[in-house]
Ligand binder design. Structure first.
Ligand code: UDP
Length: 238
């Protein structure tokens, strides 16, 4: 499958048309942004890590019964996926307090929750992705009640599966963000990416951060953290 016209360029990915109107090619970049796009940089090799890791996790989740956009990995940085209309909700699941949760509710990072939390942000850069609840999402017509229920059930199932998967690799899955889309056939599927850009990964023994917080917080060794996650997932071949 060849790349056609570029449809879209986001902060970390480009999207291209293909000959097939139901499929697009996603191309992962090394560009990184944080804090609403105000912090910009490059993380060498990030495109490869995020593409390969995301594809691996999407295929793992498909096997567990979660429908995803994944079709075929085309190269280290490029993947063929189903064309979707993205539901404009950032779906965030948390197992441990961190980031905006810790800040908003005035608690320290690292508190393990008895039950995972589930929240939405409105995916809207102009409004800075505000937090919103289900009734707000429905009032704004961002999704139907059935879609919201499906999204909640799928996100919690993804959490159960990924938490156990990463625990087996010595990684604590602190929190993550998912996006869902509607395919041209009207199916609701998991879309976007699952990577160190969109998840918080802490080493289970040391709590060392192995994700984009190393970039956000200028902790150094950013590339090493992405490479370490690659090694945990793929072993020595990575
Ligand atoms: N996240 C993301 N994109 C966003 C906002 C958050 O992928 O635009 C991920 C982030 O990497 C973390 C989780 O969602 O794993 C929860 O992020 P949080 O709400 O704590 O926001 P942050 O502190 O990253 O601003």
């Amino acid at each position: 499958m060849e790349k056609g016209n570029q449809l879209y360029e986001g902060k970390a990915k480009k999207v291209y048309e293909t000959d097939d109107p139901t499929l697009v090619i996603v191309s992962y970049k090394d560009d990184a942004t944080a804090f609403d796009g105000t912090k910009k940089g490059t993380i060498c090799g990030k495109g490869i890590v995020n593409n390969r890791m995301s594809n691996h996790l999407m295929q793992f989740l498909e096997k567990k019964g979660i429908p995803t956009h994944f079709v075929e990995e085309l190269s280290d940085t490029d993947t063929l996926v189903k064309r979707v209309d993205i539901v404009p909700l950032e779906v965030i699941v948390r197992n441990v307090s961190a980031g905006s949760f810790a800040k908003r509710y005035g608690v320290e990072e690292g508190i393990e929750f008895a039950t995972p939390t589930f929240e939405f942000s409105y995916k809207n850069d102009d409004l800075h992705d505000p937090l919103l609840n289900t009734s707000h999402a429905l009032a704004l017509g961002l999704a139907t009640p059935e879609e919201v229920e499906k999204i909640r059930a799928m996100a919690l199932k993804v959490n159960d599966e990924l938490k156990a998967y990463f625990a087996g690799l010595g990684v604590r899955l602190v929190d993550f963000k998912l996006e869902f889309g509607r395919t041209t056939e009207g199916e609701l599927v998991l879309a976007d990416e699952i990577s160190p850009d969109t998840c918080r990964f802490w080493d289970i023994e040391t709590n060392e951060k192995l994700d984009k917080d190393r970039f956000r917080r200028d902790l150094g060794n950013v590339e090493d953290a992405y490479e370490e996650m690659m090694r945990r997932v793929f072993g020595k071949e990575a």
